[in-house]
Design a protein around this ligand. Structure first.
Ligand SMILES: NC(=O)c1ccc[n+]([C@@H]2O[C@H](COP(=O)([O-])OP(=O)(O)OC[C@H]3O[C@@H](n4cnc5c(N)ncnc54)[C@H](O)[C@@H]3O)[C@@H](O)[C@H]2O)c1
Length: 279
């Protein structure tokens, strides 16, 4: 029987993940605490700008003419728990007010909302970007709160998608990272990602802390490249050199590469600054 997938938190990451899971052939149910978002997505409207996502939503969302009907949305945690075999947690982890740390209250609330309804063997998969150590803590909490006990397992599967390329990055990622504690959890994730794995996408199996750290290590490395070339721009300015030609010359070395090596304003966006501060 084909796995049934759920997505908890249908914002940027979750809406994309839900639509892409439907595209991969799964029946998908998305949950959000924001009823307006659920209504918009159910009507086939994407509440943010992301190329290709609107088309994918219309192709799969139930009730749209000619759609596969594989994708639905709800505000009911119980409906979600009853429906799914594999539950992806995709809620926000913003910077805490007045601190550098990540605010884990949304992840905790998401787990707490579904766990009491998990009565049969399931896999809960964290995708949100979290501080190292979170998965171990959440696994204990899940086993404690879920009626299924130890049969309600946790895995960590960080997400590396880029805004503007979210659909392509989800369907054809450059790697998949699976932080697991059991063979069963690994096999379930291999089943979910069977299509990209068959395309040759590397599937890297790790423990929980390594999976959590891969995400923040990747972000830190990218931020370092941007900061590095900006520091070189300052040196170039003092020395009367040309940082654009410098970075072109550096990029010919494939150990360095050309990406994230354009001097400019620095980095921003919704994730990089908060993730690095939290790390
Ligand atoms: N946006 C990206 O490009 C990107 C890329 C990789 C990783 N991430 C990570 O993914 C996570 C989500 O980011 P995002 O940009 O999608 O955030 P977002 O703010 O766009 O979406 C989060 C959604 O979760 C919902 N939510 C909050 N609490 C909930 C609960 N208890 N139950 C159900 N829904 C709930 C919110 O209503 C919102 O719709 C973050 O940890 C982020 O760091 C984001």
């Amino acid at each position: 029987m084909t796995l049934r997938i759920t997505v908890i938190g249908t914002g940027y990451l979750g809406a994309t993940h839900a639509a892409c899971m439907a595209e991969l052939g799964f029946e998908v149910l998305g949950l959000d605490i924001d009823p307006e978002k659920v209504a918009a997505l159910s009507a086939g409207r994407v509440p943010m700008y992301e190329p290709g996502l609107g088309e994918l939503l219309l192709k799969h969302v139930a009730g749209q003419q000619g759609s596969t009907g594989r994708l639905r949305f709800t505000t009911s945690p119980q409906e979600l728990a009853d429906f799914g075999d594999v539950h992806f947690i995709c809620v926000n982890t913003p910077q805490k007010k007045g601190e550098f740390a990540a605010d884990m209250s949304y992840v905790d609330a998401a787990l707490d909302s579904i766990a009491p309804y998990l009565t049969r063997p399931t896999l809960v998969v964290g995708k949100s970007t979290v501080p190292v150590g979170s998965a171990a803590r959440l696994a204990d909490r899940l086993a404690e709160l879920a009626p299924a006990g130890a049969d309600a397992e946790l895995a960590w599967n960080p997400e590396f998608l880029r805004e503007g390329y979210a659909v392509g990055d989800t369907l054809h990622p450059n790697r998949l990272v699976a932080g697991v504690r059991s063979e069963r959890a690994e096999q379930l994730l291999r089943e979910v990602y069977a299509t990209p794995i068959a395309e040759g996408v590397p599937f890297v199996v790790t423990d929980f802390p390594t999976a959590e750290l891969v995400k923040v290590a990747a972000n830190s490395f990218l931020a370092t490249k941007i900061s590095f070339i900006n520091a070189m721009a300052e040196v170039c300015e003092s020395a009367g050199a040309d940082v654009v030609r410098l970075s072109q010359a550096l990029a010919h070395d494939d150990r360095i590469g050309a990406k994230f090596l354009g001097a400019g304003l620095g980095f921003g966006g919704g994730c990089l600054p908060k993730d690095i501060r939290a790390f």
